[in-house]
Write a protein that binds this ligand. Structure first.
Ligand code: SF4
Ligand code: SF4
Length: 313
């Protein structure tokens, strides 16, 4: 009897994403494709992508399409779905176990799915569709979320494959992960878009759910790596629109060798998504900057325009 044959099967790595956005001009230099992954360890009340928070593939309801047939109510074991007085569908997010049974039985398109399980190979193939645009504009691929470091093996493998063929890669991160994970991903990254939300640990924790010590420590450690850093500050009236704080963040940017510090004014673009996901609208209590306020902030830092940018630039 011959020796037993061992076949080497290479492990396939998958990620869970919720969008691939082509022709993006705000997530790094040039024309880019941004891939958004699911799952985030923070809970920022101003999040414009609430579909990114949950790491699982989930459902989204479209009450305007609901015909009131009740098929979904019958298959939903945890009773997460209910009808309002007009017999339109509603979702209680906390009760949903992501079984997708309701999606399978709705014949009217009133329940859709957010999220897709995708292999590294398929993700890379999709991200290379606009390769010519990247080459012509100095662009590339950005991975955002959610928090890409929550799917670090997948993200790292995608970046590695892209860099191998000369594509510029950017990681958009909140920085909340063990440093060895950040380090592993950054090995295949040209640019890190690093979010800084507040320098005060308690204010940070009370608003987004975690202290900022690990985040700031990671940022400082990152400055020793050969990777470009842009700081990005979600700029929220009443939370961090403070002159001293803004100066502190800019000083931190200079300390870590960041080449840009973006202050990105809060907008309400994502607000309509919350009820469709069965989530509480966390925008309540937050407002957008008035045009005059936004203008004043821009003017305050005009002499530091080598580094500081208010708005998307
Ligand atoms: S996905 Fe959620 S809402 Fe739909 S049937 Fe399953 S538990 Fe119910
Ligand atoms: S199955 Fe679709 S149309 Fe029927 S009640 Fe549920 S959401 Fe509405």
């Amino acid at each position: 009897m011959g020796a037993k044959q061992h076949t080497h099967i290479e492990e396939k790595i998958y990620g869970t994403i919720f969008n691939i956005q082509q022709f993006s001009i705000h997530d790094g230099p040039g024309m880019r494709t941004t891939m958004f992954v699911k799952g985030c360890p923070l809970h920022c009340p101003w999040c414009s992508n609430p579909e990114s928070i949950d790491p699982f593939i989930q459902i989204k309801i479209h009450p305007e399409k609901c015909r009131g047939c009740e098929a979904c109510l019958k298959v939903c074991e945890p009773k997460a779905l209910l009808h309002d007085e007009k017999k339109r569908i509603n979702l209680e997010y906390d009760k949903c176990n992501h079984c997708m049974a309701c999606h399978s039985v709705c014949q009217y398109g009133a329940i859709t799915v957010i999220g897709l399980k995708i292999s590294v190979e398929d993700a890379v193939a999709q991200l290379l569709k606009d390769k010519d645009f990247y080459n012509n504009t100095g662009g590339g691929v950005t991975i955002s979320g959610g928090e890409p470091l929550m799917q670090h093996r997948f993200v790292s493998a995608v970046f590695k494959n892209l860099q191998k063929i000369g594509i510029h890669t950017a990681l958009d991160t909140c920085g909340y992960a063990p440093f060895n994970i950040l380090e592993e991903v950054v090995e295949h990254v040209n640019l890190v878009l690093f979010d800084v939300k507040h320098l005060d640990p308690e204010k940070h924790r009370n608003t987004v759910g975690v202290k900022n010590d690990l985040i700031l420590e990671n940022l400082r450690k990152l400055s020793d790596k050969k990777v470009e850093i842009w700081l990005r500050v979600p700029f929220i009236p009443g939370f961090n629109d403070d002159f001293e704080l803004a100066n502190g963040i800019i000083a931190l940017g200079r300390e870590v060798g960041a080449t840009r510090v973006y202050f990105l004014p809060f907008h309400r673009w994502g607000e309509h998504k919350y009820p469709l996901l069965g989530l509480k609208n966390t925008y309540e209590g937050y407002r957008e900057f008035l045009p005059e306020e936004a203008k004043n902030w821009k003017e305050k830092y005009i002499d530091q325009s080598d580094l500081v940018i208010f708005g998307q630039g």
